[in-house]
Design a binder for this molecule. Structure first.
Ligand code: ZN
Ligand code: ZN
Length: 243
């Protein structure tokens, strides 16, 4: 499996990075995980074939994770001229969020030339999505933009976990246990911050998780300024990881 960080940033453009957007691909897998506001620009910069993406999987409804969806759909209609069906999957409440975001971003009725399936995941229950087994776990971030989720993904013999945005919660242990790759948000180095992870906290928990490889993303200026003190892998825009 291959993971490319199209966007490794936060909501504030820290480090000049794009909003969160991960592109997970394999022999039978082509999935976008989160699609922040800047993601269409990030995809075009990285030369991604947008028409080949089967699924957009969303962790929560903050614009740095979800705001790019209306752009992706508009582009699919007018540039990509998509005819293949597309699944957008995310937390319960997805259809209402999608409708509101689309109405604000590009007002007016439009009939899509492809089938769009808005799929609400069931927390704690595995679903087959985009040729993957996807299990959503509830995390602790901001319920006004949620329920906020981490995902455990099993595909092509590999296990991948992405934390979404969250402060520490024990549900991450189950979500990421023994994963081949665990991508975890890590907002601060040691300052505790409500609704986000600090490296100081995460360090103490990673032995319980036992992931084979850990990559930190969604870093603030504080964290980006201390990368020399970080013993784990760190994301950057465009970075490709094979696992
Ligand atoms: Zn975020
Ligand atoms: Zn968030």
């Amino acid at each position: 499996m291959k993971l490319q960080f199209l966007g490794s940033g936060d909501a504030f453009g820290s480090g000049g990075r794009f909003n969160t957007c991960l592109h997970l691909t394999g022999a039978r897998t082509n999935v976008l995980i989160d699609c922040g506001a800047s993601s269409l620009v990030a995809m075009r910069q990285a030369g991604i074939d947008r028409g080949a993406i089967d699924l957009v999987l969303l962790t929560h409804f903050h614009a740095d994770h979800f705001g790019g969806v209306p752009f992706f759909i508009l582009d699919a209609q007018f540039n990509v001229r998509r005819t293949r069906p597309l699944v957008v999957a995310g937390p319960p409440g997805l259809p209402g969020w999608y409708e509101r975001a689309s109405a604000v971003a590009f007002p007016g009725e439009r009939t899509l030339p492809f089938m769009l399936d808005l799929f609400e995941v069931e927390i704690g229950r595995a679903s087959e999505l985009g040729n993957m087994i996807v299990t959503p776990f509830r995390v602790r971030h901001d319920d006004r933009a949620g329920p906020c989720l981490a995902y455990r993904i099993e595909a092509e013999g590999r296990t991948f976990c992405y934390s979404g945005d969250t402060e520490w919660t024990d549900s991450l242990i189950e979500a990421a246990r023994g994963a081949d790759l665990f991508v975890c948000e890590c907002y601060t180095y040691d300052k505790p911050r409500k609704s986000h992870m600090s490296l100081a906290t995460l360090r103490g928990k990673l032995p319980d998780i036992g992931a084979r490889r850990v990559i930190l993303t969604h870093m603030s200026d504080d964290m980006l300024g201390r990368l020399q003190d970080v013993e784990f892998g760190t994301a950057e825009d465009g970075k490709v990881v094979e696992f």
